[in-house]
Design a protein around this ligand. Structure first.
Ligand SMILES: [Zn+2]
Length: 112
């Protein structure tokens, strides 16, 4: 099995839909540190699990400097963002997001 990971820093803004008082209901920004993990038993024709550039184009290219509430069709919590990223990238099985220095989220896809 081959394992690769790609880390990206994605700047953006969001506000969270929450049924309780929280500063997070206000529009605010983060520099999310996103690590996308992929694996494959066999390499593709180019000798890769997945091209790092394709991950960057698809995720960073779409989200960076964006308003996540406009770009994503769900409440843009780090947990939901991690799952969505995992669904976008071929061979992805895990996504880690550092939303701020002390706040981390990991999404791991169930084994099929
Ligand atoms: Zn936030």
């Amino acid at each position: 099995m081959y394992y690769v990971s790609k880390q990206m820093e994605i700047a953006g803004s969001h506000r969270l839909e929450l049924p309780y008082e929280s500063k997070c209901r206000q529009l605010h920004g983060h520099n999310w540190i996103v690590t996308v993990h992929c694996k494959a038993k066999e390499l593709n024709a180019e000798g890769m699990v997945v091209d790092f550039k394709h991950i960057k184009d698809k995720i960073h290219g779409y989200l960076d400097h964006g308003n996540f509430n406009e770009l994503l069709p769900f409440n843009p919590t780090a947990e939901n963002i991690a799952r969505w990223i995992c669904e976008q990238v071929e061979h992805c099985y895990r996504v880690d997001i550092e939303e701020s220095r002390n706040n981390h989220v990991t999404y791991i896809k169930d084994e099929e």
